[in-house]
Design a protein around this ligand. Sequence first.
Ligand code: FAD
Ligand code: ZN
Length: 475
Amino acid sequence: MSEATANLPDGFVEEVEARVGGRGFTTDPAEIEAHVTDFWRQIRGRSPLVLRPATTAEVAALMALCHRHRVPVVPQGGNTGLVGGGVPDESGRQVVLSLARLTRIRSVDREGETLTAEAGCVLADIQAAAREAGRYFPLSLGAEGSCRIGGNLATNAGGINVLRYGMARQLVLGLEVVLADGRVWDGLRALRKDNTGFDLKQLFIGSEGALGVITAAVLRLFPLPREIQTVWLAVPSPEAALALFARFRDALGELISSFELISGGGVAIALKNLEGVTAPLSGDHPWYVLAEVAWTFADGLEVLLEPVLEGAIEADLVLDGTLAQSEAQRQMLWAIRERQSEAMAPEGMVVRNDVSVPLDRIPLLLARAKELFERTIPGVRVLPFGHIGDGNLHYNLLQPPGMERAAFLAMKYGIQEGLCDIVAELGGSISAEHGIGRLKQGELARRKDPLELLLMREIKQALDPSGILNPGVIV
Ligand code: FAD
Ligand code: ZN
């Protein structure tokens, strides 16, 4: 037995092997490494064992075993989560339960507009399968090439189409869940209407692996948009971006699928550090909006869009702008937005955060956070971007030149606290779409209404009485 597996009960690995065979787990430290470090390599845990079941029955057998031996389990999908919920802690006792081998798309129903997928399906593969059937699965985010649908549902992921289609929880009709003790709840119903008691699936969606292991889901599909218009607009201020958003809503209503804000500094860094990206507009501007409108008709959208843009230019809400002329150009505009975090990485250590406020308070949030961080961390670059149409901003702070990486990283929790204070004053949320995980567990405990926290703990106790599912995450 290796030093690491000494943290497990006697004979545990053999019992695992008896249930799932040699392919169904690994104790090899080299293979484990990728499962205990987070996407941006800022959080590192330890684990003696990664479980790799291939079917729901195997997940159930492994959970029953872990439950019997009280072995703590960290469910993991694509490991792209940004709050440390999918990586084990430093105790060396938690085992990782990877869902990455449950990759079957069980069915696609074009007429019924549903797709049933196992938890380990990569999000981009689900989008492609829907498209192949002439339908659209709208969940879309920067990590879609590697995040997995089980992880998306466990975090109630948001992304760039929330405005029109809602968060992940609005895209689910049914779930299959393995409970903490290994029992399987088959809730894979494909019903749009089902008022038969509590909506249990919604408890598991957004529960970050702390209430049950999602093994499959029935997802909602939509008609495929045929015409998409993508606009890149330079705006003078966040206030102007919001006024522009109101004009878009008035004129184009539910045709708007995305409305994103990016700081001028963030765009400059993307142009500098991302390959194949060129400036969409000449000159430097303080802020940019990337918006998309789409419908199922083949053309005619431009005619609706033009007067909105002309009016906004006349009202000085837009300084300059361009319409994507090809799919390649559209992809490039989205790369500037979706690869913001990646573009910042070569500039130094980045401390990231994700918050939301009521829409009209976005300018206040931006002003107060900038003032606070520039005052308390001299030389820091504050580069927010995000889904302004949802009142959701991702806050990126770049290591000041001359400051040690470790010293800046050590400020992470202080930065988080300062931002959360501002957000609380403005009636916002300390996590808009990335969740609580391990990083914000302390903030949640401090700031959530005590009764809400108590109810959450009681739900946790009911579903996971021995506390083996993702201990230390959320509650
Ligand atoms: P993991 O990171 O593996 O796990 C996340 C959490 O879910 C963990 O707590 C884990 O224990 C739990 N979990 C995973 N699978 C299961 C399961 N089957 N059953 C139960 N629990 C499970 N998020 C957004 O919401 N919007 C964005 O726009 C967005 N953009 C991103 C861009 C980039 C470049 C990156 C790196 C991340 C981004 N994220 C975004 C965060 C992340 O991609 C999402 O949270 C994603 O949904 C996580 O999926 P995953 O499969 O990687 O989950
Ligand atoms: Zn986001």
